[in-house]
Design a protein. Structure first.
Length: 542
């Protein structure tokens, strides 16, 4: 048993050798975590009406803002390049990483303390459409999240960044799964007694387990933690990197907060429709865009440190095409199958038809941005690897301001429904990515555009053809063969439509000789490799 335990431990702490294998691990775990996350939304929509779900999701806005500033603004962007730079010196790494960690924790508790003093006025300001009772409810639950959830998530994500710096991705990917399962169980068990408080109990306990799950990472870390904040070259470089990145996140969170404010003016259920549609749009973005972005940063940083610019260009071009090849058909599927998907994911007993239709329309407009939104995370990591966080900041600042102005015009002046916010987001993120690509090209002395344009054109043509055929096949199946008033039939409709869509897409890709088709073969081979490693755990010591 000890030998099996040791072998299992070696699998958990297995160091990945390539961007593809790292992204595969992260993607597989995000798929599982996202499935459980959407099961959580399904459970919530089964217990709570859209009016209460509005309050539930709104309570996360302030805690999420702090979380994104400290994690997305610091650990996820600047931590890994610093870690890699000093990893060959135990003493320097220990001093630098300890100082960075202690500084972030100090800032966390200072922010929480200040926010708690002004929480109710802040909630009142960002929810202009809510009455006094609703504001009191959101403020109460936000306070619980700030104290009971946020510190555990920050500490847990520090361990996540530490593990990813060493190209170890499996254990950190398990933590969100446990977090979501805890929320689901808490909702089901405690709803009869605690009503809307039930999922918040799960959120706080789940955050604690999120941290606890990743504590074994400490035993494999390459540095010695010290209770110091020392002015070192690494800490100064870290601060210089995070200032523009943090400002980018702050502006993005202001954008998200304005989105909440505008939806409170559109009536009950508007924020729930916006929030759930955005979560479903973020599913493929997380599985592919964020996963590849997280996995690529250590490798990109190494290429930059070794001055292998030609290899860097090849990696960037290849990754862009691979992302587009995977995400174009997924985006189109979410557009034409939007209503069945919303019914399947969120169609609980308390989620009415009006909420379903509104969420479906919002999803379809969000879905247009999926390929470019996913590419955004990879391109920003390219700049971070080049130790440049200023350029992404100024570009993001421009696109976010554009999004805010466009959103205000659509909601305030044209009185459009909540789906108009999704249109504004898709336009702004597309502009952001095009500008990022332009400046990245200038920074590394250009790409070869011919290959990129040719392949993207072929992928687009194949996506359009397969989408049209699949859409009409879905309409034929719906009603004539499947009675979609039942969930099981709805599932089979979506499954068969998706099978037709993606199989046709692959066939046409082969017919048009799209070279990214080889990615599928590589994926299968890599999956077999991991299956072999896992089987060794159980066969070697029989």
């Amino acid at each position: 048993m000890n030998k099996i335990f040791d072998k299992t431990k070696s699998l958990i702490f297995l160091q990945q050798k390539s961007i593809f294998s790292s992204a595969l691990i992260i993607s597989l775990m995000i798929v599982l975590s996202s499935f459980i996350g959407f099961l959580r939304y399904r459970v919530l929509s089964n217990y709570y009406p859209k009016e209460e779900l509005d309050l539930f999701f709104a309570a996360f806005r302030i805690p999420d803002l702090i979380f994104e500033i400290l994690i997305t603004g610091a650990f996820s962007s600047a931590f890994i390049p610093i870690f890699i730079k000093y990893k060959n010196s135990f003493e320097q790494l220990s001093i630098n990483i300890s100082s960075i960690f202690n500084l972030i924790i100090l800032i966390l508790f200072l922010i929480i303390g200040i926010i708690l003093l002004f929480l109710k006025p802040l909630i009142t300001a960002i929810t202009p459409g809510y009455n006094l009772t609703q504001i009191e409810t959101v403020s109460y639950f936000s306070k619980i999240l700030l104290i009971g959830q946020l510190p555990f998530l920050i500490l847990g994500n520090f361990l996540t960044s530490l593990s990813q710096s060493q190209k170890k991705f499996l254990l950190p990917a398990l933590a969100p799964i446990i977090y979501n399962l805890t929320i689901i169980l808490s909702t089901i068990i405690f709803y009869p007694t605690f009503k809307l408080s039930a999922p918040f109990i799960g959120v706080c306990f789940g955050a604690f387990l999120f941290l606890l799950t990743q504590l074994p990472i400490v035993s494999s870390s390459l540095f010695d933690y010290r209770f110091i904040i020392k002015k070192t070259s690494g800490l100064i470089e870290f601060i210089r990197m995070i200032i523009p990145r943090t400002l980018t996140v702050v502006v993005a969170q202001i954008e998200a907060t304005v989105g909440l404010s505008l939806t409170t003016l559109l009536g009950a259920g508007a924020y729930t429709a916006f929030y759930l549609a955005q979560r479903l749009q973020l599913l493929p973005v997380s599985i592919f865009g964020i996963a590849i972005g997280q996995a690529s940063l250590p490798y990109l940083s190494e290429l930059v440190n070794e001055n292998k610019i030609d290899d860097l260009k090849k990696v960037i071009t290849s990754t862009i095409l691979n992302l587009f090849f995977i995400l174009f058909p997924i985006a189109s599927f979410l557009i034409f199958a939007r209503t069945p998907l919303i019914r399947l994911f969120f169609g609980g007993q308390r989620f009415d038809w009006q909420a379903t239709v509104t969420t479906a329309y919002t999803l379809s407009y969000f879905a247009f941005s999926i390929p470019l939104h996913s590419l955004y995370y990879f391109l920003t990591r390219c700049f971070y690897a080049l130790i440049d966080s200023r350029t992404p900041f100024f570009i993001s600042l421009f696109s976010i301001i554009f999004n805010l102005v466009l959103s205000l015009i659509m909601i305030i002046f044209f009185k459009l429904p909540v789906w108009s916010l999704a249109i504004a987001f898709s336009i702004s993120i597309s502009i952001n990515v095009f500008i990022l690509y332009f400046f990245l090209s200038k920074k590394i002395n250009g790409f070869s555009p011919k290959e990129l344009v040719t392949e993207v054109f072929k992928i687009t043509v194949v996506t359009v053809i397969s989408s049209i055929i699949s859409y009409f096949a879905s309409k034929l199946l719906d009603g004539l063969i499947f009675d979609t008033s039942r969930t099981i039939n709805l599932f089979f409709l979506i499954f068969i439509t998706a099978a037709i869509h993606f199989m046709l897409y692959l066939f046409l890709s082969w017919w048009f000789n799209i070279k990214e088709m080889f990615l599928i073969t590589k994926l299968i081979l890599k999956a077999k490799e991991y299956r072999k490693k896992i089987l060794e755990v159980y066969t070697q010591y029989e």
